[in-house]
Design a protein. Structure first.
Length: 327
């Protein structure tokens, strides 16, 4: 029941109890429109009840969905909007309704069921959420206090490293549905997330000077601290100067070593420009060579045929020669 419906019911109750003698006074006290109050007194039902036949889910099914959201919230697994839509679609499929769910259905569902609302779900490691018991937290705090007393650490020297670190892991948050009594919700995640703190050292005297100025704004620095920072700045400046000189000397020595290396001169070849392209003489010479090769091949074939001719004539029998002559 939303706040508007609660105000209407309170106005009706006060009228029945005689707290107010007129409807106008009850409406002004509870901030309810007079026409709405008159309609309720006449027997008109609320919109959520009067139009429940037009809803995709029945009031009983929506009540089940609300209770499911609250149960998941207690398990540190508040469902996201997409998960609630998926559950509603499954219920519709069980009803035999396969039409797509409206784009603004979740918003209308929240208006009809004020026991749940949309909050930001912050991801938290599952092992941390399951191990967050009062006994373990109390034991951890006692260990921290005992360590502080044993080492003599002052309270003003303690700071939360999570506030200045870098989160490594899944850090994205999402909108989830949870109880209206919560302003934020934690969602258990199987991924591990760690916090890293980067400690950098100054590289120049100006860095120390800036840090000294920042520290001077938050607390009063002693003379010994200022002298120490000044000496450290001078030492950094001297070290940077020495490193620059050494780097320059190394470059000079490397250049001299490269000059002392014996390099063999490369022999330069001057190509003939006319040999780079095909000319008429080369084409004529290729044609003559091809003709000479063909003529030599023809002469060789003729010589071989002449050498075989006497042998073939010697093999012819005498009777065959007589028959040939008679013809």
């Amino acid at each position: 029941m939303d706040n508007r419906e609660v105000a209407i019911q309170n106005a009706i109750r006060d009228l029945d109890a005689g707290v107010f003698t007129s409807q106008r006074a009850a409406c002004q006290a509870w901030g309810v429109p007079r026409s709405t109050l008159q309609g309720r007194l006449a027997g008109r039902a609320p919109n959520a009840i009067a139009h429940h036949q037009q809803q995709r889910l029945t009031p009983e099914q929506e009540e089940f969905l609300v209770q499911w959201i609250l149960d998941e919230d207690l398990r540190a697994q508040p469902p996201a909007h997409s998960r609630v839509r998926e559950m509603a679609i499954r219920i519709l499929h069980m009803n035999g309704d396969y039409e797509p769910l409206g784009h603004n259905w979740v918003s209308s569902f929240l208006q009809r069921n004020p026991r749940v609302h949309s909050v930001v779900g912050r991801s938290i490691e599952a092992s941390r959420a399951e191990a967050a018991s009062p006994e373990l937290i109390r034991t951890f705090l006692e260990l921290v206090e005992a360590t502080r007393l044993r080492l003599g650490i002052q309270l003003h020297d303690i700071y939360n490293m999570d506030e200045t670190g870098i989160a490594i892991g899944v850090c994205s948050n999402t909108r989830v549905l949870a109880s209206t009594h919560k302003r934020k919700a934690y969602v258990k995640s199987p991924e591990n997330r760690e916090w890293e703190t980067v400690i950098t050292t100054p590289r120049r005297s100006q860095d120390l000077y800036k840090q000294q100025q920042q520290l001077g704004q938050s607390e009063q620095l002693s003379r010994a601290t200022r002298v120490l920072l000044s000496k450290a700045g001078k030492a950094l400046a001297a070290a940077n100067t020495l490193n620059a000189a050494l780097y320059t000397d190394n470059l000079k020595l490397q250049h001299q070593a490269n000059q002392l290396k014996i390099k063999k001169p490369k022999k330069r070849v001057y190509p003939e420009p006319n040999e780079r392209f095909v000319n008429v003489k080369a084409i004529k010479a290729a044609m003559d060579a091809a003709a000479a090769s063909a003529a030599q091949k023809t002469r060789k074939q003729t010589r071989e045929a002449a050498q075989k001719a006497p042998t073939q004539s010697h093999d012819i029998p005498y009777s065959s020669m007589c028959n040939q002559w008679q013809l």
